[in-house]
Each structure stands twice: as C-alpha cells, then as structure tokens.
Write a protein that binds this ligand. Structure first.
Ligand SMILES: C[S@@+](CC[C@H](N)C(=O)[O-])C[C@H]1O[C@@H](n2cnc3c(N)ncnc32)[C@H](O)[C@@H]1O
Length: 243
C-alpha cells in the first residue's frame, strides 16, 4: 500500500475519520444489516456500468472502506482495474482480504481521498465515492469535485452516494430525522453503538440538498447531474455526474 500525506483542507474530516479508524466494527454492523441502503445503491451503480456505460473501465473507489459490498457489484462487470483509497487501517486490512474476489488487477492506497486524484498515471474512467464526501464543507466539496472533473477521461463519470437533505430541510432537521429513523429501524445496534454513530453523524455530517449537490456539480464543470437512486428512508441519494 502506498502512503500519501493528509490534506489540511478539511479539519472536519479528521474528526470524521475517528470512528472508522477506531471502531470499524460499528460501521460493519451498518453494512451487515444494510441500514444505509448501500446494497441498493451498489445495484444502481451496477445498472449504470452495464446498461449505460457498457464498455470496459478502470474504477477508482474513494474512501472505499472494507470494500465488502462493492466487490460483488464489480465482479460481474468488464472492470479492467480497481483502485481503493482510504485512511482507516482496520478497513484497509479487511479490504486487502476482499480484493481476491475482484476479476482484475487491483491496488489499495492508504491515502486521503481529497488528494488521491492528484497523482493519477492516466485520466480516470469511473470515480465512485460513497457516504464520505459529506464530511467536507461546501467549499471543500466543490474543490474536490473540480479535481475529479479535471481528471476524468472523455466519456468518464463521477458517482456519489451521499446524505441528502430534502428541499427546505436544514441540517438540524435532517439530523433529527436521521436519528428518528435510526431509533425506529436499527434494532441490531446496541445503545452504545447507536450513541456512537449518532455522535459521529451529529459532529461530522454535512449533507447538501439535491439542489446543492447539483450546483456543486455545475460549478465543478460537470454538464449534467442525474439522480440514479434514492434510499427508502429518503436520507441518501446516488448522483451521476457527467462531463
Ligand atoms: C461511512 S464509511 C463508507 C465506506 C464505503 N465507501 C461504503 O460506502 O461502505 C466512510 C469511509 O471514509 C473513510 N474516510 C473518511 N475520510 C477520509 C479521507 N479524508 N480520506 C480517505 N478516507 C476517508 C473512512 O475511513 C471510511 O472508510
């Protein structure tokens, strides 16, 4: 695994990393019970890769986590190369075990996703980020998306599955809705795990509205933003950005 320096661009991001570096087991439960609808988001990604893109591609997975979900998605696509980037040691250790299930050459980089696009050997085909971009404030989100846009190959795409506020819903209202849904549905979490997750979300999550995500894309130079999937809770949406 290569190492890259941490960006100082987003102090919020350092706090956001803490739970993933020290308590990966809590997030693993969210994946195990699919509380954040990662599986359906990956299914929508798969449909895009097969039905819309329809050609071989190189895939960059920013803030990849343990890659337990994405490997199943990518296994049945014409993927030519996989690169996963994350800063959580426990997640990357599991990801290294899961790499074997991919049908292509692959690499994992222990690096900050906000700087990972800067040292590409060639333009990127598909850049994917899931449940991680929302830790950055709007300015840092915009700067990052501009870097992604600038490094996409012709015909490439950027896909982001991220917390999304309803129009007119402010951050406190979104967080209250998030917590109410969690209390109702996430019954396999212990009280401590739920409290830990909510502490992270309330401290670190900066969701945008659909209009906000669209405007960030436009300002970064993307020609179109399309919503490919919305979670049943209406907490998360998958956006496809095309140059
Ligand atoms: C909620 S998890 C999402 C993991 C995976 N993308 C998924 O959808 O299951 C957030 C991930 O972002 C990673 N992360 C947060 N900030 C990061 C940064 N600045 N650079 C790289 N990884 C980061 C964490 O270590 C963690 O693996």
């Amino acid at each position: 695994m290569a190492n890259a320096g941490r960006s100082t661009a987003a102090a919020n991001d350092t706090a956001a990393l803490e739970i993933f570096q020290n308590q990966w087991g809590v997030y693993q439960k969210f994946l195990q019970y699919d509380y954040l609808s990662n599986a359906e988001a990956c299914a929508a990604l798969h449909r895009f890769l097969i039905d819309d893109l329809g050609r071989p591609f190189r895939f960059i997975d920013l803030a990849c986590g343990d890659i337990s979900g994405i490997v199943g998605t990518l296994r049945t696509t014409p993927i030519e190369h996989y690169r996963g980037v994350d800063l959580s040691g426990p997640a990357l250790a599991l990801a290294a075990e899961n790499l074997a299930a991919l049908p292509c050459p692959a690499q994992l980089d222990e690096a900050d996703f906000t700087v990972a696009m800067r040292d590409l050997p060639q333009p990127a085909d598909i850049v994917w980020i899931s449940l991680s971009l929302h830790h950055l404030d709007a300015v840092a989100k915009g700067a990052f998306m501009r870097e992604v846009r600038d490094r996409l190959a012709p015909g490439g795409a950027f896909l982001a599955y991220e917390p999304t506020r309803r129009e007119g819903e402010d951050r406190p209202a979104y967080l209250d809705r998030f917590e109410a849904i969690g209390r109702r549905d996430w019954t396999n979490l212990t009280d401590r795990e739920f409290a830990e997750a909510m502490r992270h979300v309330r401290a670190c999550d900066l969701p945008e509205t659909m209009a906000g995500w669209k405007e960030l894309g436009r300002a970064a130079g993307f020609a179109s933003t399309t919503e490919l999937y919305r979670s049943p809770t209406d907490l998360f949406r998958l956006f496809l950005y095309r140059p």
